[in-house]
Design a protein around this ligand. Structure first.
Ligand code: ADP
Length: 154
């Protein structure tokens, strides 16, 4: 009985944690950046996903490592090819807002088979104008899970 109560408490804690408190810094490229430079950036920043912004600084696309691998196979002109051609574009980007919970973020990643979510603030509803303020990854969720477990075992 005690054990059940503890598990329930841990689950509740997870539900209460906000994206705002766990989001990481997003690694961003201009959507005109070449695929070659994006690959370099991916290694330099040690991330799995890059976010592309338009010239106004609004979120324009998502570039995953498999997007880059797929493009690199049999493509000679990676220096000439802009990211905008290969990225997943608005309005097809799954986003999360800072006030949403980690549970909601985790569900979005699992349901959509993706590794990360851009954390955004909506500037103009209906116009797909989003300001990028962070990122949430599967690693974020795992870290939060560990933290909750460790706090409960002291
Ligand atoms: P990888 O492709 O390296 O396994 P993901 O599983 O995250 O990484 O990405 C799978 C596909 O989904 C890619 O084509 C990527 O552009 C796209 N994608 C990634 N994150 C998002 C997102 N938040 N919204 C929409 N599409 C996404």
């Amino acid at each position: 009985f005690n054990h059940n109560h503890e598990v329930k408490q841990q689950a509740e804690q997870f539900i209460l944690r906000k994206v705002a408190d766990y989001k990481a810094f997003p690694i961003v490229v201009e959507k005109s950046t070449s695929v070659y430079d994006a690959i370099v950036q991916l290694f330099l920043e040690d991330v799995g996903t890059l976010y592309a912004v338009d010239s106004d600084g609004y979120l324009a696309g998502v570039i995953s490592r498999k997007d880059l691998l797929r493009t690199a196979i049999g493509n000679k002109d990676l220096q000439e090819l802009p990211c905008s051609v290969i990225m997943t574009r608005m309005p097809n980007i799954i986003t999360v807002t800072p006030d949403e919970t980690l549970l909601e973020a985790a569900k979005k990643m699992i349901t959509n088979h993706i590794d990360s979510l851009p954390v955004v603030k909506e500037i103009n509803p209906g116009n797909h104008t989003y300001l990028l303020v962070g990122r949430i990854t599967k690693t974020t969720i795992t870290r939060a899970y560990l933290e909750i477990m460790e706090q409960n075992s002291v």
